[in-house]
Design a protein around this ligand. Structure first.
Ligand code: NAD
Length: 436
């Protein structure tokens, strides 16, 4: 989510019916199908594969909150630790009306895979609260965040499970979580969450990290495929943390961003949008939908506008069997988690579209979260130059591994990324053995 202060809404939340209709399948089932597909393509210990079908730990909590009008509302929240074979669990917290247990399960599984693909010493986790933060005051949001944190404190901690921001959570939310957890201990514990403000142990470069990672993988793909990135028109769906920073970084590198959207509307200009001006506009507006200097396009249509590179950076289920055939991009770089359904994957593959999968493409965020955690544990902080250089090393190495596996095994990059991650997870599970 962006870093602006929460205020009462002028932007309507996504209407549930609209997303459910387009969301052809359940994200957990999608994730398990992906696992099956990759599992078949490689020889993996059956017990290692079977274990990944079952999250290690699922906590459901009720979160009572005193609202501004004096009533008490009880929200439902989750924290799921999917796998911890390679280290403490790691994954974001989402506040959204469409959070569900199966969504959080899928997101926690993708975190396990992602940390293994970029070879971080973490397992996967995810959390969420079913709520609409756009309809809540700042005070209500703070009280809900603090109570949710207190409820999940049973299982989180710097050595156990380290949350981070995701959709509709930001640096301020992470600060409340860190403060709540620290109050329980009696001393400051910055390592319990990442994506914090710099003043309390955040890392330079974390805010832009996911978008920067998206840029690095796209640049690597362009180099491998021999196309000029600066001549390839780009569309970014979603203008929150991931989308806005990706658009900014592509524009800073002389690339042409022709389309941008958020939940309320889309903008398109084949000559290229003025990204810094749109970022500036957004500082004082809840949405970019009314930005005056570009053609306005419907939220759903932005994905289908002419471009070479499409970066879905909003929610899962954006590209489905309903719209996949109409996508004009040659390359899709998944800034969001799970934006492409499995059926859409097949349709796009038949059209020759290359997909850089989420578990590689958006791994820049968790990579710099890892750096933040390391810095917090050592109380020794790095320069932004160091953060970005180390991020680049990790993302480029992971991209190279995935690309080479795809070429060698003649599989797409999603299967290749799963093969890389599953190989590491399988080895860890085998070496650790089965308890008791
Ligand atoms: P965010 O809350 O900062 O932003 C979400 C953006 O998506 C907003 O601009 C919102 O208006 C827009 N949006 C929502 N529904 C939309 C729709 N139907 N059409 C167009 N735009 C829509 O969230 P974020 O942190 O940027 O996360 C976006 C995606 O990236 C999620 O899938 C998240 O899991 C994933 N991700 C985030 C991070 C991170 O570091 N924040 C890291 C890896 C992956």
């Amino acid at each position: 989510m962006d870093t602006k202060t929460h205020s009462k809404p002028s932007v309507p939340a996504v209407k549930p019916a609209e997303r459910v209709e387009a969301h052809e399948e359940n994200p957990w089932r999608q994730a398990m199908e992906q696992l099956d597909r990759a599992g078949k393509a490689m020889k993996l210990e059956p017990f290692a594969l079977e274990r990944l079908r079952h999250p290690k730990r699922i906590l459901t909590v009720s979160v009572p909150v005193k609202m501004d009008d004096g009533t008490v509302k009880v929200f439902e929240g989750y924290r799921i630790q999917h796998n911890m074979d390679r280290g403490p669990a790691k994954g974001g917290i989402r506040f959204h009306p469409q959070v569900s247990l199966d969504e959080v399960k899928a997101l926690s599984f993708w975190m396990t895979m992602k940390c293994a693909v970029v070879n971080l010493p973490f397992g996967g986790a995810k959390g969420g609260v079913i709520c609409d933060p756009k309809l809540m005051s700042k005070g209500e949001l703070e009280r809900m965040t603090r109570r949710y944190t207190a409820e999940i404190s049973l299982i989180i901690g710097p050595d156990k499970d380290i949350p981070a921001p995701d959709v509709n959570t930001n640096e301020q939310v992470m600060a409340w979580m860190m403060d709540t957890y620290s109050m329980g201990l009696g001393y400051a514990c910055p390592g319990v969450v990442t994506g914090k403000p710099l003043e309390i142990g955040g890392s330079l470069g974390r805010r832009e990290a996911t978008g920067r990672g998206v840029f690095y993988v796209t640049r690597e793909l362009a180099a491998r495929r021999g196309f000029d990135l600066r001549k390839a028109p780009i569309i970014v769906q979603g203008f929150g943390n991931v989308g806005s920073n990706a658009a900014k970084i592509f524009a800073e590198h002389g690339c042409k961003v022709v389309g941008i959207s958020d939940v309320a509307g889309g903008l398109y200009d084949p000559k290229g949008l003025d990204v810094p001006d749109i970022l500036h506009y957004r500082e004082t507006h809840d949405t970019i939908a009314e930005y005056p200097k570009a053609e306005h396009v419907a939220v759903d249509k932005i994905l289908e506008m002419p471009c070479d590179i499409l970066i879905p950076a909003a929610m899962e289920g954006a590209i489905t069997n309903v719209n996949a055939a109409r996508i004009q991009a040659k390359v899709i770089v998944e800034g969001a988690n799970g934006p492409t359904s499995n059926e859409a994957d097949r349709i796009l593959a038949a059209k020759g579209v290359t997909i850089v999968p989420d578990i590689l493409a958006n791994a820049g965020g968790v990579t710099v979260s890892y750096f933040e955690w390391v810095q917090d544990m050592q109380s020794y902080f790095w320069s932004e130059k160091d953060v970005n250089a180390r991020l680049q090393d990790i993302i480029v190495a992971a991209f190279t591994d995935v690309y080479n596996i795809a070429e060698k095994e003649k599989v797409d990059m999603r299967v290749a990324a799963f093969m890389l991650g599953l190989g590491r997870l399988g080895k860890a599970a085998t070496i650790r053995g089965m308890y008791p």
